[in-house]
Design a protein around this ligand. Structure first.
Ligand code: HEC
Ligand code: HEC
Length: 350
């Protein structure tokens, strides 16, 4: 009897230990699942800190303008930041400037995410150290002001600012301040965009539309026009096409560039460490977006005086090759890239 109850005692201890550990395992599995599937629902709650992951220390420095003093220099940096995140307010028609320098509703921050400090979203940390620099689009050495004006005329569908205009000066002050921890040559890891493995086929418009409807409209709207913050003029979700978006001369209008941006940054909350879309999906949805109507930049035939410098997915003529315009807009691009490599010894990436 005694012996039996002893056995029972041991049995119940073993059972308790067993239940205890299977409880822990269940909780762990549950947490793991939660962690993996939390993406879709909490995208909008992801904090700036979580998004700011970068491949090097440079991304973890302090870029918070609100900590700056009220000295004239610091005030100019803060003003530059203000312009960066709400560009139409300061440079659009509503700004009180005699001309609207910004011709759409976009802000610099809509593409250069987190104030220009997000890896693989064309970060601008160190950018002022990288200029003056040779520019293929103009075929000459350009200054940082020229480069900002490049985005003004294209991404912002607007016009050039003058070099000594207060908004330009403030933007440059902000960009210079961003580079205060950057190396002398301004080169940082995570510059530009991620590389993609391009599918060797044209963009699949049906699939692009399908991805758009399933992963983008929650924020950018089913008409792609985005929306403003409630009760405010400021944009919460920027338009992807239409009269208030970037024009066809913009870098984002190239399928490859836009696919690279989307891959590491969209849906909002995505980082290069944990992309949401596959390369093929990013390619198709980028193709779909860029086939919709958008402002047309005049005089695009003057771009790239040296046509060998023209990226293969530039969506407007002329070209040095005989591939169709449609192929330059929708791929496949590998054949075009191979052509330039064979004929001119050039390795093209976008
Ligand atoms: C619609 C998206 C978009 C907007 C809005 C935009 N840019 Fe850009 N910007 C780009 C893209 C894409 C590139 C890279 C272009 C390329 O590869 O040719 C770029 C490049 C740049 C560069 C050079 C970066 C480098 O790594 O060489 C600077 C500087 C810049 N932008 C500043 C600005 C400023 C300032 C504003 C606001 C006035 C702005 N951009 C608005 C998309 C945008
Ligand atoms: C959870 C909201 C959300 C979702 C979903 C989302 N975006 Fe965005 N997107 C944004 C926000 C916000 C910005 C501007 C970022 C900023 O200003 O900080 C943006 C910017 C962009 C831009 C650059 C600016 C412009 O207007 O051209 C592109 C391109 C873009 N998104 C494409 C997409 C695509 C494609 C999808 C679907 C695969 C997508 N986005 C899904 C919120 C979202």
């Amino acid at each position: 009897m005694l012996k039996q109850s002893g056995m029972q005692g041991i049995n119940s201890i073993i059972r308790t230990i067993f239940y205890f550990f299977s409880g822990i395992v269940t909780v762990l599995v549950f947490l793991l699942i939660l962690n993996n599937y939390s993406f879709g629902s909490v995208v909008e709650d992801i904090s700036t800190r979580d998004l700011g992951f970068g491949p090097s220390d440079i991304y973890f420095k302090d870029y918070d303008v609100s900590l700056l003093s009220n000295s004239p220099e610091d005030l100019e940096v803060k003003y530059g930041y203000e312009i960066f995140i709400n560009t139409p307010k300061h440079l659009g028609v509503e700004s009180g400037n005699d001309v609207g320098y910004v011709g759409n509703s976009l802000s610099c921050n809509n593409c250069h995410l987190l104030g220009g400090t997000k890896a693989y979203a064309a970060p601008l940390i160190g950018i002022t150290n990288r200029f003056p620099q040779f520019r293929g689009r103009e075929n000459r050495i350009g200054t940082i002001e020229d480069r900002v004006n490049g985005c003004m005329e294209r991404s912002m569908n607007g016009r050039m600012m003058s070099v000594d205009q207060k908004e330009m000066k403030a933007l440059i002050s902000y960009l210079t301040w961003l580079g205060r921890f950057a190396p002398k040559d301004g080169r940082i890891e995570g510059e530009g965009f991620v590389e993609l493995e391009l599918p060797d086929r044209p963009v699949d418009m049906e699939n692009g539309k399908y991805i758009f409807l399933n992963t983008c409209i929650e924020c950018h709207g089913s008409d792609g026009q985005g929306r403003r913050w409630k009760g405010s003029k400021q944009i919460q979700y920027p338009p992807l096409w239409g009269p208030n978006s970037y024009n066809n001369g913009a870098g984002m209008a190239r399928v490859i560039t836009s696919a690279q941006f989307i891959k590491a940054n969209m849906p909002y909350g995505t980082t290069y460490l944990k992309p949401f879309l596959t390369d093929e999906q990013a390619y198709d949805v980028a193709g779909y977006i860029n086939q919709q109507s958008r402002p047309v930049k005049p005089k695009l035939d003057l771009d790239f005086p040296d046509l060998t410098k023209k990226p293969v997915s530039t969506p407007y003529p002329p070209f040095l090759d005989s591939f169709s315009l449609e192929q330059h807009q929708q791929g496949p691009f590998l054949a075009i890239m191979q052509y330039y490599e064979k004929e001119y010894g050039l390795k093209k990436s976008n």
